[in-house]
Design a protein around this ligand. Structure first.
Ligand SMILES: Cc1cc2nc3c(=O)[nH]c(=O)nc-3n(C[C@H](O)[C@H](O)[C@H](O)COP(=O)(O)OP(=O)(O)OC[C@H]3O[C@@H](n4cnc5c(N)ncnc54)[C@H](O)[C@@H]3O)c2cc1C
Length: 396
């Protein structure tokens, strides 16, 4: 069998969470990687991300555990409260995840995770990272794939053994491969802000993850940045939409929408600045792999954030695609076909469950009474239904 080191590099398009992780997973298996990112630098944008054990185990396996355990926090529990009256419906422990699934349930700022991945990529021999570059053409030749990389002013041709598109929600690579389908506005808008943890009134128990349910929206809070900051994300319905991650939000409008959330108003009123972004969704793509070219992460299957699995699925994809390629390094087309076969049903299940959660979270009264009763009955067993999600392991 040809050793991965003897092959042309694997070209990865997009240095987001998925692209950085797959570069590390491939390098760990001996492949050389050419990672290209369209932006000229990685910006410190985004909000908190939840890294459930299915994802944290992979990052720990890549040697990121020490750096992540400093930046991330391990919340004691997932609490579910009714936003209108602060009633505690359920408290499910998260601290027992290492015992149950062999890895922690972390919450982390997206920028911290991205920086830790980037530092490791920069410190890994065998990965070349170029900013300001994207793929404009791919052609198959007898020697492998000839890829045209375009920057602001120049083009260059490079050879690649295989190509992985980790270029996010509006994947240019999927379009290049002939899939014109587009992600569509979901009708939800996310609001995000952070506060110093010292400014958070104790009743909000900042060492826990809390999910607030209400008919006008839902919210999630947890600590980030090694416990120094408190992350708030609120999701409301919004007809208008705009692409981008860092638009400023009108706090007065948010407070008006959530005016019935009386117990939370003192917290929301403290936020000096809200960032907003429109949430997009897409029907599952039927195909991710095109011979020696494949997609991963949001490029393949964007997920509404109502299960907190967007980053986790991208990380699982990264580990799986590297695993399949390492099993048959000479045959990327077959490796990518098996990768798709193994990942597509799971990603589709998560996409569908997340979509359903969105409607359940926002149920109006009196339907919300039945939902609340079910959550109350489950209480500390609330997450027991998610063993299939958190207990994921690499396929054979
Ligand atoms: C700026 C930003 C902020 C985010 N903030 C949050 C958040 O706060 N909370 C949350 O839950 N999720 C957030 N997400 C989404 C979450 O990070 C993703 O669901 C998840 O990490 C999947 O990662 P991904 O690598 O597939 O895609 P992404 O993280 O979207 O990364 C895609 C990367 O590809 C690059 N790219 C795009 N087009 C091209 C191209 N043609 N050529 C080369 N590179 C290209 C992009 O610049 C980006 O760096 C954010 C995503 C982004 C891009």
């Amino acid at each position: 069998m040809t050793q991965p080191t003897a092959l042309a590099p694997i070209l990865v398009s997009g240095a987001g969470i998925g692209g950085l992780t797959v570069a590390l997973c491939l390098a760990a298996r001996g492949f050389s990687v050419n990672l290209v990112e369209k932006r000229t630098r990685l910006e410190e944008v985004g909000a908190g991300l939840q890294l459930s054990p299915n994802a944290s185990q992979i990052l720990i396996g890549l040697g990121l555990g020490k750096a992540l355990s400093r930046a991330a926090c391990s919340p004691l529990s997932l609490d579910v409260r009714r936003a209108q009256d602060f009633d505690l419906l359920a408290r499910a422990p998260l601290g027992d995840m290492p015992n149950r699934f062999g890895a922690p349930y972390w919450v982390v700022h997206r920028a911290d995770l991205q920086q830790i991945l980037l530092d490791h990529v920069r410190g890994t021999a065998g990965i070349s990272l170029q900013f300001g570059r994207s793929i404009s053409a791919i052609s198959r030749t007898a020697r492998g794939l000839e890829v045209t990389l375009s920057g602001a002013t120049q083009h260059e041709q490079v050879m690649a053994h295989a190509v992985i598109g980790a270029d996010g929600l509006h994947s240019d690579l999927a379009l290049l491969m002939g899939d014109p389908s587009k992600a569509k506005p979901s009708g939800y808008q996310a609001w995000r802000g952070t506060l110093p943890i010292s400014a958070v009134p104790p009743m909000f128990e900042p060492q826990r993850t809390t999910l607030y349910l209400g008919a006008q929206g839902h919210g999630v809070t947890y600590p980030v940045r090694g416990g120094e900051q408190f992350n708030l994300v609120l999701v409301t319905r919004e007809k208008s939409h705009e692409a981008g991650w860092s638009r400023s939000g009108d706090g007065a409008k948010l407070l008006q929408t959530l005016k019935n959330w009386k117990p939370l108003l003192p917290l929301l009123q403290q936020m000096p600045h809200w960032q907003v972004w429109s949430l997009y969704d897409r029907a599952p793509r039927s195909r991710w792999s095109y011979g020696p070219v494949t997609l991963l992460g949001d490029a393949a299957h964007p997920v509404l954030p109502f299960m907190a699995q967007g980053a986790a699925l991208a990380i699982e994809d990264a580990a799986t695609v590297a695993h399949m390629l390492a099993r048959m390094p000479e045959d990327p087309a077959e490796a990518f076909a098996r990768y798709q076969q193994s990942r597509l049903p799971r990603a589709t299940r998560v996409q569908e469950t997340a979509r359903k959660n969105g409607s359940i979270y926002h149920l109006p009264f009196p339907l919300s009474l039945a939902r609340d009763l079910v959550i109350r009955q489950k209480n500390s067993n609330l997450l027991a239904d998610y063993d299939w999600l958190y207990g994921w392991t690499l396929p054979d």
